[in-house]
Design a protein. Structure first.
Length: 251
């Protein structure tokens, strides 16, 4: 909207330069670049540690997941402040499921007898790629909004970019980790991409319901742990269900 306003002002008043209006688009673009840089740096710093803990498994991954669960619980509690007694009980119960189910899914997947470590590494990198590709492509292309009533910043271009990134990386990771996915890697990558972006939209809807911009301020460029892990909160249970239905293996 700032860029549209600036263009209109320039057309209507060609001989007058308004420094406040002219500065708005530049400031907005600069802010988006800074946000992208912060998100990228956060991912670069955190990803190796997360992958290391997944590789090590128990008890290190258990401790990490437990710490994240506690932090997510605290963030959820802060979001619920101000709710009346009846609503507080209902949303508390939802929060327990929302936080605990994905944590249990991650630990269960890592301990799957056949390629549990490889499945979790594949899942983590595919989810991260979905998030970063959706953000980068959405910012680069823009265009029609995906769900303006829930998350005005998300676009259809970003949605497609996230799916494409998930499908590509799913195949690459399956090959590197020697997971026997073959052509199913593309389909599973798309499915994980859908689940991940669904989690992102769900988190945005919840924050809108509670009237908060971020769930916390712990992670630069992301906000809280719930903000950072929103995609994994839905993708992990989804993949765990697929693996369970397929007898402990990826389809």
């Amino acid at each position: 909207m700032n860029s549209i306003a600036a263009s209109a002002a320039s057309a209507l008043l060609p001989m007058r330069v308004d420094p406040v209006v002219d500065a708005a688009p530049s400031a907005s673009a600069s802010g988006e670049r800074a946000q992208l840089v912060r998100r990228t740096l956060s991912a670069v710093v955190m990803a190796p540690f997360a992958l290391l803990f997944i590789h090590l498994g128990a008890p290190w991954l258990d401790l990490l997941v437990a710490a994240l669960a506690v932090q997510m619980g605290l963030e959820w509690s802060r979001m619920m402040r101000g709710l009346d007694a009846g609503a507080y009980v209902g949303w508390s119960a939802f929060g327990v499921v929302y936080v605990v189910a994905p944590c249990l899914a991650v630990l269960w997947l890592r301990d799957v007898a056949v390629a549990g470590r490889e499945i979790m590494l594949w899942l983590a990198v595919t989810v991260w790629t979905t998030d970063m590709a959706a953000f980068a492509v959405g910012k680069a292309i823009g265009g029609p909004r995906l769900a303006p009533a829930i998350s005005p910043a998300k676009t259809w271009a970003g949605f497609v970019g996230g799916l494409a990134g998930a499908m590509l990386v799913s195949m690459v990771m399956a090959s590197l980790l020697q997971l026997p996915l073959a052509g199913a890697g593309l389909v599973l990558g798309a499915a994980v991409g859908l689940a991940a972006q669904g989690g992102d939209l769900l988190e945005s809807g919840l924050k809108r319901r509670f009237g908060v911009k971020d769930t916390g301020h712990l992670i630069p460029g992301h906000g809280g742990v719930l903000d950072r892990l929103d995609a994994m909160l839905t993708a992990a249970p989804f993949v765990a269900l697929l693996v369970w239905l397929n007898g402990g293996r990826l389809p």
